[in-house]
Design a protein around this ligand. Structure first.
Ligand SMILES: [Zn+2]
Ligand SMILES: [Zn+2]
Length: 263
């Protein structure tokens, strides 16, 4: 039997990240970086019943990914999934809901008919993961907080039908910004965030015949802008002769329309 498999990016950026993965038997909330009320508002805007969400998956302990985790998961009495170190971080930062499960990078599990595989990402929070989701022989990959695309990340993200990849900053805009030098160093480090050029150069390898859609996400509000990313990405796709790829830029304040890998 055929069903649906797709993603709705509810919002992305340093002030909050959350997406919904739609599967054959329900949906998963991927990160809960807005208040529970704001998540509900964005679900409603996107036409998604909050009751259809069966679990919350967390990528890492930063507040822009965990803010509403406890309140949302407890309100709908669903389980939240973290790596052990992120769960430990959650005890300290008080984002742990009542129902919890511990996951390990590299070990797959199933929720809502979707095979979920977390994999380690190089980022400045303990035990950060990206996720690959599979259903109907299609693959959705999400990696939004990473300092560089190491071999593991490239291997996991290659050939996704739908790819959501960080395109965080323009290095020149970052250097020219009023941000403290320590923060600039952190963002630019190999455990910080991907620049526009980092993200786009990876497409040479990540996009394959299977790829249909690309979402660039987690744009810095001060050191990047949507028009720039859209222009650079369109040029890159043209250079690769991949104008067939459906390109979207995720923004902070508004959900994107749902993208389907299978419907
Ligand atoms: Zn982060
Ligand atoms: Zn983040």
């Amino acid at each position: 039997m055929k069903g649906k498999f797709g993603i709705t990016v509810l919002g992305s950026g340093s002030r909050g990240n959350a997406s919904v993965i739609h599967g054959p038997d329900g949906a998963i909330l991927l990160d809960a970086g807005f208040s529970a009320k704001e998540i509900e508002k964005r679900l409603q805007y996107s036409g998604i019943e909050p009751q259809s969400i069966q679990a919350v998956l967390i990528t890492h302990g930063h507040g822009d990914h965990t803010k509403g985790c406890r309140a949302f998961a407890d309100r709908y009495k669903i389980c939240s999934y973290f790596t052990a170190a992120t769960r430990h971080e959650g005890e300290r930062c008080k984002f742990l809901p009542e129902k919890q499960a511990v996951i390990a990078p590299g070990s797959s599990f199933e929720i809502a008919g979707i095979t979920v595989e977390p994999f380690t990402l190089p980022h400045d929070a303990v035990d950060t993961v990206g996720y690959v989701f599979q259903a109907y022989s299609r693959k959705i990959g999400v990696a939004t907080d990473l300092g560089h695309l190491n071999m593991l990340a490239r291997q996991k993200l290659k050939g996704c039908t739908l790819l959501v990849l960080e395109s965080n900053h323009d290095p020149q805009m970052l250097q020219a910004s009023t941000r403290p030098i320590q923060l600039k160093r952190r963002i630019l480090s190999r455990h910080g965030h991907l620049s526009n050029a980092d993200a786009l150069s990876a497409l040479d390898e990540l996009l394959t015949e299977e790829s249909t859609s690309l979402v660039l996400a987690h744009l810095s509000s001060e050191c990047n802008n949507r028009e720039l990313v859209e222009k650079l990405a369109a040029e890159k796709l043209a250079g690769l002769n991949r104008q067939d790829i459906f390109l979207r830029i995720a923004v902070q304040d508004q959900p994107l329309a749902t993208l389907w890998a299978e419907e």
